[in-house]
Design a protein around this ligand. Structure first.
Ligand SMILES: Nc1ncnc2c1ncn2[C@@H]1O[C@H](COP(=O)(O)OP(=O)(O)O)[C@@H](O)[C@H]1O
Ligand SMILES: [Mg+2]
Length: 614
């Protein structure tokens, strides 16, 4: 008997293991599809500092004979005003699993080049349909449409050779160029394959040429119909056309059908959108559900957190494969420069100290040559990283994990919301009576930087569920499943003594925890809950304790004001009676003066007011 061996493509793998990516049943698939698309749209806006406008519509197929109760065929359409995608990348971005633009070290929502395509793949295997993508980058610079610009000295003008293939691909014609390319003091003339720029007086041609290539030119809208060849993991392009875009629209529209259970998924979808709106207060999200109901989450601010920078890997997070890949591509011929150019926050001094400790170079005594005292100089034995033996590579990686001299990763690759924006988002969605937010400093786990932001809200629209409501976010994505296993829930339940902060389980208290990192320590591929990392747990605990103290102060004041109010109430009720009684006792025939009661009223009122303001 012989075993049958076969190979499956990544698309085939995820087709067989859809549950790994959160597509295990019609309800979950519906939710995950919406979530992945919204996340792609928000990513496409934020990386370019565009305040997002996301328009989402889920409609039920008219021809669908199934009843409302069961699974039905739905069309999902999402439109954003994000970056748009250049046409050459569209087929793979939507038709090839594990293809994406986010395999870099910076904070984004997408990670695997998987989510949006999983939704499309699920749609394809349940409805046999394909996805329609409409996208435009709005403009490109003239440089992308030309083959170069030459100076024609004799005729005193610039001659731009046009790339007709690129122009056709992007839907740009002569009329558009003639309209868009405007240069002050110059006449522009577009011919079949050339664009001429002639200064009206003595303009400096070189200078004009410098600025020329950056001029934005409006491009068309590329429309694709794509399905996925699952066995080959390749996009199948069924239609590819470019349409005019006179107003220079920029963004992306994705539309496809899938079989799902909207009714069951509805509560989670709405919760997801509301929480997304909370952590993205600069986004406007509009949703039309299959019944035609409109949900609108308005933006409350145009301010956006600064976009994250891309970063180099930190030595603590490096493994043998990563190191080997860097060695393969590096141009460095010395170990010292190799470390300083390819790793995050490794300077020359640190590199030398590290290499010396790893036994890969020898250094002379410190401070006895030229150079600052404390510098490690007189290096010998430094060699090209390409000459490292495999045993040395392994040793180097081991040393990277244990060497104490590396600086911790910095957080410029992260984009936390900040206390103000976080507060604005929470106020908008929960409108609490009390709110405190705190952004913790940057920390790191295994070489990956992370920042924890926490907030605590009391009263107002905070739901009065027994215990503390927890809102969890990772890189601004709400996490709605598996709360019990999540690190934040564990910290809140096991490590914070709520009684100490005067919080009882019947109070309307919500805790918001936002973790941002270049690599969120998710426990599973489904990206639903965060693993129990001690470094992360510590930050959450310290953050929550610090804002819980503020809540405790508020609650103490509130409790004492309520107590006073109650006393004042009693006082005002019995005061006339006491007065009368005392009058009677003293044999005073006169009734107590009602003026007197009127006199204490303002006092009581101000006490009430104080209570509600506290
Ligand atoms: N709405 C969009 N706007 C711009 N680019 C997008 C959009 N949706 C998807 N993309 C591009 O397609 C790629 C693949 O998306 P996806 O399959 O969801 O994987 P991931 O988001 O994990 O990279 C993204 O990396 C991005 O470059
Ligand atoms: Mg994605």
């Amino acid at each position: 008997m012989s075993e049958k061996f076969m190979e499956v493509s990544p698309a085939d793998f995820f087709y067989r293991n859809r549950d790994l990516a959160g597509f295990n049943n019609p309800t979950r698939a519906m939710y995950s599809a919406v979530r992945e698309l919204v996340e792609n749209s928000l990513d496409a806006c934020e990386l370019y500092q565009i305040p997002p406008n996301v328009f989402l519509r889920v409609s039920q197929d008219k021809n669908d004979s199934t009843t409302e109760e069961a699974t039905a065929t739905y069309t999902i359409r999402i439109m954003d005003n994000g970056s748009g995608i250049p046409p050459e990348f569209v087929p793979s971005a939507f038709g090839q699993i594990l293809y994406g633009s986010k395999y870099t070290l910076r904070q984004v929502r997408g990670t695997f080049g998987l989510g949006g395509k999983m939704a499309i793949l699920y749609g394809q295997i349940t409805t046999h349909g394909s996805a329609t993508i409409m996208t435009s980058t709005g403009t490109v610079s003239l440089k992308d449409l030309s083959l170069g610009a030459d100076i024609d000295q004799a005729r005193k003008m610039l001659v731009v050779r046009l790339n007709s293939d690129a122009m056709e691909r992007r839907g740009v014609d002569r009329a558009i160029l003639q309209r868009d390319v405007k240069i002050k003091g110059c006449r522009v003339q577009v011919n079949e394959k050339t664009l001429y720029v002639k200064p009206e007086d003595e303009g400096d041609l070189k200078e004009i040429r410098e600025g020329l290539t950056e001029i934005p030119v409006t491009v068309g809208i590329n429309e694709f119909e794509i399905s996925i060849d699952i066995q080959q993991n390749k996009p199948r392009v069924r239609r590819d056309v470019v349409k005019p875009n006179p107003n220079g629209w920029r963004g992306t529209i994705v539309e496809f059908t899938l079989e799902g259970d909207y009714l069951r998924a509805m509560p989670k979808i709405l919760e997801y959108l509301q929480q997304t709106a909370m952590l993205n207060p600069y986004a406007e999200i509009t949703f039309i559900d299959p019944k035609g109901r409109l949900y609108k989450f308005e933006r409350v601010t145009d301010e956006m957190p600064p976009p994250p920078k891309e970063t180099l890997p930190h030595p603590y997070g490096c493994d043998v494969e990563t190191l080997q890949r860097m060695i393969n591509v590096t141009n460095s011929t010395s170990l010292v420069t190799f470390l300083t150019t390819h790793f995050h926050r490794v300077g020359e001094k640190t590199a030398k100290a590290f290499l010396a400790e790893a036994g890969l170079i020898k250094v002379g005594s410190t401070g006895d040559h030229e150079g600052k005292p404390g510098d490690l100089i007189g290096v010998s034995g430094d060699k090209s990283p390409k000459r490292l033996t495999s045993e040395e590579i392994v040793r180097m990686v081991q040393m990277m994990k244990s060497f104490k001299g590396f600086l911790p990763p910095d957080s410029s690759c992260l984009s936390p919301l900040g206390e103000e924006l976080l507060g604005a988002g929470i106020r908008k969605e929960l409108n609490p009576e009390f709110l405190a937010a705190e952004q913790r400093g940057a920390s790191a786990y295994s070489g990956y930087p992370f920042i924890v932001e926490v907030a605590i809200a009391y009263g107002g629209g905070v739901p009065s569920t027994p215990g503390i409501s927890l809102y969890r976010f990772a890189n601004r994505i709400p996490l709605l499943y598996d709360e019990a296993s999540d690190i934040s829930r564990i910290v809140l339940n096991e490590q914070v003594n709520w009684r100490h902060y005067k919080v009882t389980s019947d109070m309307p208290v919500a805790v918001i925890v936002h973790i941002c990192s270049t690599k969120i320590p998710y426990k599973t591929v489904g990206k639903e809950f965060i693993a129990d990392r001690p470094e992360v747990a510590r930050e959450i605990k310290n953050g929550v304790s610090s804002i819980a103290r503020k809540l405790a102060i508020f609650l103490t004041k509130k409790i004492s004001v309520e107590h006073e109010k109650r006393r004042a109430d009693v006082f005002s009720r019995y005061l006339p009676k006491i007065a009368q009684f005392s009058g009677d006792l003293a044999g005073e025939p006169k009734k107590p003066d009602s003026e007197y009661v009127e006199m204490v009223k303002p006092l009581l009122r101000s006490l009430m007011r104080y209570g509600s303001e506290a």
